[in-house]
Design a protein around this ligand. Structure first.
Ligand code: DON
Length: 309
């Protein structure tokens, strides 16, 4: 078995030197200032060993990676009733696309495209004030990462609120079909804020451990979700976690993964490791360019693809 710590530091060094870094997202103005030269990688294995490389402790905006955790919370709250308001099929279109919503009567394809994540947030919000729902999401992140210092970057949330015209359109469109229960402003307020949670690769890899360990926190043995639920969340990450780049990610990396426009990716090697990578430059599908390349190198060298030894 190759030495994990050495593989991680070699990959971080290789990525630091690469000239092709993709393009930093600019549609959320606050994200445009991030240094495209940044790169971080953290792997936490089954035994709790942590291998870290590059900017492993620099916080970044987790953006759509938060959708994995809101999905987990919403399934905890509603169970299979969730699937009445959101599907679980790949969309084959961009993360902020509106085209399928009309054909499918306001029911988004899956919980990871923006429309689907807004519908999931709306379910978490029901019965609460926005501040309480947001507190529940943030506390859940802090709990599973075992780190109470994780916070929301209010500057990023405000920046997205000012410029989030597509999401406002998606939410209003779903509302017209009766898919959202709460006032659109409230649901979007919670959505923009959970996307603006700032975390380091180390914190994110900690938060993903339960998905790699049959739903349990491997350090304490405590269940976060049932094993079957962890398996299903992983399945949705594999098929939908990278939007229209999900096929390419499965082909090259071979792990369940979820990307965010902040340039982070959370990947899960079931039974083996939780992995967080961050490089802010994106490819044309809005997924981290070097993040994907680094994960491809990691799974190849460690033999971790779920499709083959
Ligand atoms: O709603 C948005 O557009 C952002 N808050 C999140 C999008 C995102 O991260 C897409 N992922 N690659």
């Amino acid at each position: 078995m190759p030495d994990l710590a050495r593989v991680v530091s070699e990959i971080a060094e290789e990525m630091r030197q690469r000239p092709d870094r993709g393009k930093v997202a600019t549609y959320i103005p606050e994200l445009a200032h991030v240094d495209p030269g940044a790169f971080g990688l953290v792997v936490i294995d089954n035994e709790g060993n942590v291998a870290a490389g590059g900017d492993a402790d620099m916080p970044f905006s987790i953006q759509s990676i938060s959708k994995v955790f809101t999905l987990t919370l919403a399934l905890g709250k509603a169970g299979d009733r969730l699937w009445a308001r959101v599907g679980r099929e790949p969309s084959g279109s961009a993360f902020n696309s509106i085209v399928q919503l009309e054909h499918e009567r306001g029911i988004p394809r899956n919980p990871f495209i923006n429309a689907g994540a807004i519908a999931v947030t709306d379910l978490i919000l029901s019965g609460h004030q926005p501040r309480e729902a947001l507190g529940e999401i943030l506390r859940f992140m802090q709990f599973i990462a075992d780190d109470s210092t994780i916070t929301i970057d209010e500057g990023v949330a405000a920046s997205e609120k000012r410029t989030g015209f597509r999401n406002i359109a998606l939410a209003n469109y779903m509302k017209s079909f009766g898919v959202l229960d709460n006032p659109v402003d409230y649901t979007l307020g919670v959505y923009f804020h959970h996307c603006a949670i700032a975390m380091t690769c180390r914190q994110l890899a900690m938060a993903g451990r339960f998905l790699a360990h049959h739903g349990r926190n491997p350090a304490t043995g405590l269940p976060i979700v049932q094993p079957e639920r962890a398996r299903r969340i992983n399945a949705i990450m594999l098929t939908c976690g990278h939007y229209d780049g999900s096929g390419e990610f499965a082909y090259r990396v071979g792990l369940p993964g979820k990307s965010g426009v902040g340039g982070g990716i959370l990947a899960v090697a079931p039974g083996k490791a939780s992995i967080a990578v961050w490089s802010p430059g994106l490819d044309e599908s809005g997924n981290s360019h070097l993040g994907r390349i680094a994960l491809e190198a990691l799974t190849k060298r460690m033999g971790w693809s779920i499709f083959a030894a």
